[in-house]
Design a protein around this ligand. Structure first.
Ligand SMILES: [Mn+2]
Length: 314
């Protein structure tokens, strides 16, 4: 499987969330325990939720990298699309992919291992891999994995949640021994919602992914929060920031969806007529005063991206 003598870098996606960081750390720990020379890396700063989780378990943040030497051996967790990954991804040797997203523009020069499943988080897939290999994660790793599952599934509220994810959390918690999962997830979500003194541009960048749909280059951001009024109260500034981002880049459209975790609603900030027509076409939603209500579409991967992809490819 791996070349044990060549260092392998394990990375989650850019604009990392808890699942991206945790999956890289946990998978690296598993491989290191099996004698591999691995290093978890991150393609961006941790968000406040991830910082809370790492602090809670006493784990350091992986090193943040922007690029690696050509030909580096890499493992992608929690993503597979080039524009969500390391700069010049196709110049590296991809050894393994563990992911739960749609397939993007993926191609490689050499054979590789891939493990893709439609579970609620990459950490859930890692749990299955560990079980198959008879590997028992430590309490620290089990707590991190539960955190990633709770984060990605919004504690089982997201439509991406499967019965398997729920069973996996229960099983991992026999090791992690988190007394009150509801209370713990609320602490995670409060940490994530505490955005403090952050610029409007940083708000748009807090959790974004780039996609290409029928030749249109896009940026789809989400803010998962227990306090949607904070971001929505800064709507005018955010619209300005989106215009700036579009001027500075090659993007055709930018959407920012404010996801109310507790009430499971999606209020989308729509910067211009371009975005308004996409929201209309994909969701049949009207835009008024830069706002479109997208109902209970709280999952980018399952209920936001697929309708846009279908609308723009037809
Ligand atoms: Mn994930």
């Amino acid at each position: 499987m791996y070349d044990k003598n060549t260092k392998t870098y394990i990375m989650g996606h850019k604009s990392p969330d808890t699942d991206a960081i945790v999956s890289a750390l946990v998978y690296a720990a598993f491989l290191a325990d099996h004698g591999h020379d691995v290093e978890p890396v991150a393609l961006g700063e941790a968000n406040n939720e991830t910082k809370f989780v790492l602090e809670h378990v006493g784990m350091d943040m992986p090193m943040i990298v922007e690029e690696l030497p050509d030909g580096a051996h890499i493992v992608l967790v929690d993503h597979n699309e080039q524009n969500q990954s390391i700069y010049d991804m196709d110049k590296h040797e991809i050894k393994w992919v563990v992911d739960h997203h749609k397939m993007g523009d993926f191609s490689t020069h050499k054979p590789l291992h891939m493990r893709l499943e439609t579970l609620g988080s990459t950490a859930s897939i890692l749990h299955k891999i560990f079980k198959e290999k008879g590997y028992q994660p430590s309490q620290q790793l089990a707590t991190m994995m539960i955190s990633a599952i709770l984060s990605d599934t919004l504690h089982f509220r997201s439509p991406t949640t499967t019965e398997e994810d729920k069973a996996i959390v229960e099983e991992l918690n026999t090791i992690a021994a988190i007394e009150d999962l509801h209370e713990y997830s609320m602490k995670m979500f409060s940490a994530k919602s505490d955005l403090g003194d952050i610029s409007a541009k940083e708000l748009v960048q807090i959790d974004y992914k780039n996609f290409e749909f029928g030749g249109m280059k896009s940026w789809i951001g989400v803010i998962e929060t227990t306090d949607p009024d904070y971001a929505l109260g800064r709507k005018e500034e955010i619209v300005e920031a989106i215009h700036t981002i579009k001027e500075e880049t090659w993007l055709d459209f930018v959407l920012l969806c404010v996801i109310d975790i507790l009430n499971e609603t999606n209020t989308c900030i729509v910067a211009s007529d371009v975005e308004a027509s996409i929201v209309k076409k994909a969701f049949d939603a009207e835009t008024s005063d830069h706002i479109a209500h997208l109902g209970k579409r709280v999952s980018r991967k399952k209920t936001i991206v697929p309708p846009i992809s279908e609308a723009l490819s037809s």
